[in-house]
Design a protein. Structure first.
Length: 248
């Protein structure tokens, strides 16, 4: 991926890592369009960051995705990059059926949302001379956090889907990247003050450095995520799962 000169759509960029990446990419010389559900928040970000575009989108709603992607392509025909940041993470207790509502909401947002966005945007992206789809999984795609089983499962599914997507789109102009963050100090699961979470700026610095120095990378892995990403390969899976089972 060339990190400058792109037109980038980032659904799920009104806070946390999504907003952080949006601002970093804008500073690197890209035209960025952010997406989110709350129009008042979108308006404030646009006002505070001249040059950023915005579109209202609910990535758990198929009709909202259809409307928003049509709007983005119509208003920004140079669109050549999408970063699929939107996601939710909530604890679940699997002892009773009460968890099902959370599981369904998580799957709709974290798995069906990106798949629907990809379906809507691939025809346009494939028409560009060079394009990028960046999916967002997690270190928990590789060792699950038992307290958030549906979140972990959706991220494992995104990892698998990204691999298949990359193979199928190899005959197009679209590069498929997978960003797999570790725990980062954002509002996701209240990790803002977690001393074990990676500071946001540190994550953004390392991510942008990897993208700049490794333009052909398939997985964007900051150093801290290796603990999870390579646990099974290194024979640590059971120990890491046991460690994660004590948290959340």
């Amino acid at each position: 991926m060339n990190i400058t000169g792109n037109t980038i759509f980032i659904p799920g960029a009104t806070s946390g890592l999504g907003l952080g990446l949006a601002l970093r990419f804008q500073a690197a010389g890209n035209h960025v369009i952010i997406g989110g559900r709350r129009t008042e928040l979108l308006d404030r970000i646009v006002e505070e960051n001249p040059g950023i575009g915005a579109v209202q989108i609910d990535t758990a709603d198929a009709s909202s995705i259809e409307r928003a992607t049509q709007q983005v392509v119509a208003e920004h025909p140079g669109l050549d990059t999408v970063i699929l940041m939107a996601g939710i993470m909530e604890p679940e207790d699997l002892h009773t059926a009460d968890f099902l509502e959370t599981a369904e909401r998580t799957i709709a947002t974290n798995l069906l949302g990106p798949i629907r966005l990809i379906a809507a945007l691939v025809p346009h992206l494939a028409s560009r001379p060079s394009a990028t789809i960046m999916t967002v999984s997690s270190g928990l795609a590789f060792v699950p956090l038992p307290a958030t089983p549906s979140y972990s499962a959706t991220k494992a599914a995104i990892h698998s889907f990204s691999q298949s997507l990359r193979v199928q789109l190899a005959d197009t102009s679209i590069q498929v990247l997978e960003l797999a963050p570790p725990a980062v100090a954002t509002s996701l699961m209240g990790q803002e003050d977690d001393p074990n979470a990676m500071p946001v700026d540190e994550f953004l610095d390392e991510t942008m450095s990897i993208l700049a120095s490794q333009p052909d990378a398939r997985e964007i892995l900051v150093s801290r995520v290796g603990f999870l990403r390579f646990a099974e390969r290194e024979g640590r899976f059971d120990d890491v799962l046991d460690l994660l089972s004590r948290h959340g």
